[in-house]
Design a protein around this ligand. Structure first.
Ligand SMILES: Cc1cc2nc3c(=O)[nH]c(=O)nc-3n(C[C@H](O)[C@H](O)[C@H](O)COP(=O)(O)OP(=O)(O)OC[C@H]3O[C@@H](n4cnc5c(N)ncnc54)[C@H](O)[C@@H]3O)c2cc1C
Length: 448
C-alpha cells in the first residue's frame, strides 16, 4: 500500500480524569456511572451526538428478563433495573411476558434518560468526539488522542475503559484481538409507520420478497413502547461483510438501506390497501452484532454458561440463550438453559428442534442462570485498561448468549467498579482481587 508521512506534532491535553471511558453505548455509560458513584472523576467520550450505542443509534429496543429461568430469583439489578424503572415511570417502557423478550423501550427516551443519569452522576461528557489513538508507556496507558470539531486533542487519565464495541483502543494498544470463524451478520433496523393488522409480513417476504431483492432470511420485529402505529423492524441480515473493515461497513450501511426500502415497497404493493407504509426512523448506525474479540484471562465457553458453572467472583449473571445468527444461510440457532434447542431458517421455512442436554447425556436439574467471573475483564498486557462490551472474550456460543444488553450492561458496571477499586487501592487490574469487584457491585445494587 502507498503511504504518506504524517508529521509529528504536539497535541494539547484538553481534559484529565481518573477514569476515561471510550464509547457511550449502555456498556460505557454504566461503566462511567459506576466509577463516578465510587468517587472517581470520570470522562465519557462518544463519537455520535447521542448516548446509548446500539440501543439508540441502532434502534435495538429490547432488554431481556432480570429473573432466573423459573422466575423465582432476581439475578440482574443495578443500573439496568434503575434505568428500566425510570423509563417505565415516564411511559417509555412496556413489559412483555414471553420466553426471552421482556422490556421494550422507546430508544429516543432512553438517550434522554442517559443524558440525565450522566449529569446526575457528574460524569464529564464529550459528544461528537471520536477516539483516534492511544498512548502507552510500558504497561500503562497514559492518554488517548481524540478528534472532534476542535481538531486533534489529548485526554489524560489514570485508567481507561474501552467500550467502543469494536475494541478499538485494545487493538491499537497491541492487545491480542481475534475473530470467530463465523461472525454474526449485521442487520439494518428501522421504524415502520403503518397498520400491519392482518398482514403476514413473513409470508409476503417468502412469496414476493424476490421481486424487491429481499431474501428469505430470518428476522424479527416488535412494537416501540409508547408509540402508536410504529413497529421496529429487523427483518434482514447483510451477509459476507466484516464490519470492522471500513469499506465493508460502508457497503453494508448502503445495502441495509436498500433492504429497508425493499421491505417498504413490498408492503406498499402487497400490504393493506388502506394504509400508507413509510419509514419513520432509520438506524443512524447499522446494527452490528459482532466484529472482533479481545483476549483476556478468562474466556467464556458455551458449555460453562449452559451448565451454569459458578465462580467465587462473578460479575455477570444471565439467562439469555445461546443465540447465533448464521453467517450466511439466513438461519438462526438457539440453545436454552433448559436443554431445548431450535434452528429456524428463513421466515420459518424450515425448523429443526432437539435437546442439547439429552444429546450431551446430561442429567439432573438444568441451571436456572449462568455466571461469568471477573477474569473476563482482565487482560495480561496493561495495568490500567479494560475492554468491556461486545468485544467480550467468548467462544461462538457463549458470545451468542453474552452479547445482549442486560449482560453487557453488567460488564460495563463491573469495568467501572474495577477501575475505581484499582485507583482507590493503587492496584493493577491484573492482580486485583475479583471478589472485591463482586462485593463493590453488590454494595452498589447488583443482584450478584
Ligand atoms: C439487529 C440487532 C438486534 C439486537 N437485538 C438485541 C436485543 O433485542 N436485545 C439485546 O439486549 N441485544 C440485542 N442486540 C445486541 C446488542 O444490541 C449489542 O450487542 C450491544 O448493544 C453492544 O453493546 P456495546 O456497548 O458493546 O456496543 P455499542 O452499543 O455499539 O456501543 C459502542 C459505542 O461506542 C461508540 N464508539 C465506537 N467507536 C468510537 C470511537 N472511535 N470513539 C468514540 N466512541 C466510539 C459508538 O458510537 C457506540 O455508542 C442486537 C444487536 C443487533 C445488531
Amino acid at each position: 500500500m502507498d503511504t504518506i508521512y504524517e508529521p509529528a506534532r504536539q497535541i494539547p491535553v484538553v481534559r484529565e480524569a481518573d477514569v476515561c471511558v471510550l464509547g457511550g453505548g449502555c456498556t460505557g455509560v454504566f461503566a462511567a456511572i459506576r466509577a463516578a458513584r465510587l468517587g472517581m472523576r470520570v470522562l465519557l467520550i462518544e463519537r455520535e451526538g447521542m448516548l446509548g450505542g446500539a440501543a439508540v443509534g441502532g434502534l435495538v429496543n429490547i432488554w431481556h428478563t432480570l429473573m432466573d429461568t423459573e422466575n423465582r430469583e432476581q439475578i440482574i439489578a443495578g443500573l439496568t433495573e434503575e434505568t428500566i424503572s425510570r423509563l417505565r415511570s415516564r411511559g417509555a417502557l412496556t413489559v412483555q411476558e414471553n420466553r426471552s423478550s421482556t422490556y421494550n423501550f422507546n430508544p429516543m427516551e432512553l438517550t434522554i434518560l442517559l443524558d440525565e443519569m450522566i449529569r446526575e452522576n457528574r460524569v464529564g461528557l464529550m459528544l461528537h468526539t471520536a477516539y483516534a489513538a492511544a498512548v502507552a508507556e510500558g504497561d500503562r496507558v497514559r492518554a488517548v488522542i481524540v478528534e472532534n470539531k476542535d481538531g486533534r486533542r489529548a485526554v489524560r487519565a489514570s485508567f481507561f475503559i474501552d467500550a467502543t464495541g469494536d475494541g478499538l483502543a485494545a487493538r491499537d494498544l497491541g492487545m491480542p484481538v481475534y475473530d470467530h470463524e463465523y461472525i454474526q451478520p449485521p442487520t439494518p433496523v428501522f421504524h415502520l409507520q403503518g397498520n400491519l393488522e392482518g398482514v403476514n409480513v413473513d409470508r409476503l417476504i417468502r412469496e414476493h420478497g424476490a421481486e424487491f431483492g429481499l431474501p428469505d432470511d430470518w428476522g424479527w420485529s416488535t412494537h416501540v413502547a409508547g408509540l402508536e402505529g410504529i413497529s421496529m423492524r429487523a427483518d434482514q441480515h447483510i451477509f459476507g461483510v466484516r464490519c470492522d473493515r471500513a469499506d465493508d461497513l460502508t457497503r453494508a450501511e448502503v445495502e441495509g438501506r436498500r433492504l429497508v426500502r425493499g421491505l417498504v415497497s413490498l408492503l406498499q404493493t402487497y400490504g393493506r390497501p388502506d394504509t400508507h407504509y413509510a419509514v419513520s426512523n432509520l438506524c443512524s448506525s447499522l446494527g452490528l452484532r459482532e466484529t472482533v474479540h479481545v483476549r483476556t484471562r478468562f474466556r467464556a465457553s458455551e458449555r460453562a454458561l449452559l451448565t451454569g458453572e459458578r465462580y467465587a467472583d462473578p460479575i455477570l449473571q444471565g439467562t439469555y440463550p445461546v443465540d447465533v445468527h448464521h453467517a450466511e444461510d439466513g438461519g438462526i440457532s438457539f440453545k436454552y438453559l433448559d436443554g431445548t434447542r431450535t434452528t429456524i431458517w428463513g421466515k420459518g421455512t424450515r425448523v429443526e428442534t432437539g435437546n442439547w442436554r439429552e444429546e450431551a447425556s446430561l442429567s439432573g436439574p438444568p441451571a436456572r442462570f449462568y455466571q461469568v467471573p471477573f477474569g473476563i475483564l482482565a487482560g495480561e498486557e496493561y495495568a490500567n485498561f479494560i475492554a468491556a462490551g461486545r468485544m467480550v472474550n467468548a467462544d461462538e456460543g457463549a458470545f451468542g448468549a453474552l452479547r445482549v444488553m442486560v449482560n453487557l450492561n453488567q460488564l460495563g458496571e463491573a469495568a467501572g467498579a474495577a477501575a475505581a477499586l484499582c485507583l482507590d487501592r493503587g492496584e493493577d487490574i491484573r492482580t486485583l482481587d475479583g471478589a472485591s469487584v463482586t462485593r463493590a457491585l453488590r454494595d452498589g445494587g447488583s443482584a450478584l
